[in-house]
Design a protein around this ligand. Sequence first.
Ligand SMILES: *Cc1c(COP(=O)(O)O)cnc(C)c1O
Length: 403
Amino acid sequence: MSSSKPAVYDLVSDTATIPTDDMFDVMKSATRGDDVYTADHSIIKLETYMANLLGHEAALFCVSGCMTNQLGLRALLTQPPHSVLCDSRGHVFVYECGGIAYHSQASVSPVTPKNGLHLTVADVESNINNDNLCGALTKVISLENTLNGTIMPYDEMVKIHDFARSKDLKLHLDGARLWSASHATGIPMDQYGRLFDTVSVCLSKGAGAPIGSILAGSKDIIRRARHLRKLMGGGWRQAGMLAAAAMHCIETVVPTMPETHRLAAHLANSLVKLGATLPIPCHTNMVFVDLAPIGLTVDELADRLEVKNIFIARSQGTATRIVLHYQIPTEAIDEIIKTTTELVNEKTKAGFVKKSSAAAIQQQKIDEQPAAYKPSYPSAPAPASVATPSVLTTEPTSATAAA
Ligand SMILES: *Cc1c(COP(=O)(O)O)cnc(C)c1O
């Protein structure tokens, strides 16, 4: 970034990273072959690297995580009637424009985790359709790690894998932020990857690349996905520069993730000390916070931060999500903590009585439905498969997809 510009810190999403001059330099030295003919060396290098990293034979570089997820699922499915089981908060279900219905003609069994945090093998067992021919048989289980920044325990993933294999079901992993899970747990990417038939990993999320996502799988599956990618209009030609930028980010940005996680934990702990609550625990780079117990609305905090060039996701109410990435330095986090503290002090002076943390926790327990917690930013279209005529509009909405 140009040093003459004032620093702007965007914590709305970890897609908000700005490509750097270094990345543009690297792009200049990329190869310039045609990827539709698998003839670009920079892309082949990235795909080979990612396939190895994820413990698979092959990989495919695509424009977005929506594309790699949808291609992965489409490549695993054959023909209707069929269905995909996933977490009810899953990106593949909620934020991909109803793509499973559109691309694969499959229905979805969205499952709300009983423990409020992550799917378990018991959740999966009691929700698959194994033999009821009045419904669509489950053919794929799609997991997400991290989900809302939370880590799915590896042991649980193994149990779900073993169960899926015993029922002859395929497995897809939406690992948009798998790098984060791997850094936080110390479990290598390939150890996660090997549990699945297809894995998608984002290069443009926390990893910082301008664009791109990877799908990994067997040679046959990736060949099929490559064909389907062309069908979707995603066959790109001289895209080597994008692969080169992504490779540069894998080498330089991904290793900084532990520091990002440390800063996120620091922010989360500081907000809790001030009396706020965390509707979703902070495991990696996302801080879900509810400011109600300290008498603040999200807009009050966002307004105050905006004049300091710090941007957080706005919402109508008191709950929001603050997302960290490698371009968010300690100073920005310190400023958020300082600003929140000032606001809390002002509220206290004005007569607001902070709920004691015990009372706040009690209240949270009463209200507790973390699985149903739905961030109110950014507005996303209702998934096609749950939309009812009463909420359908004839005009497309201006809703932006969550990122
Ligand atoms: C952002 C995201 C995607 C899709 O990413 P795009 O590149 O924006 O299409 C998929 N899965 C998860 C969990 C994500 O957060």
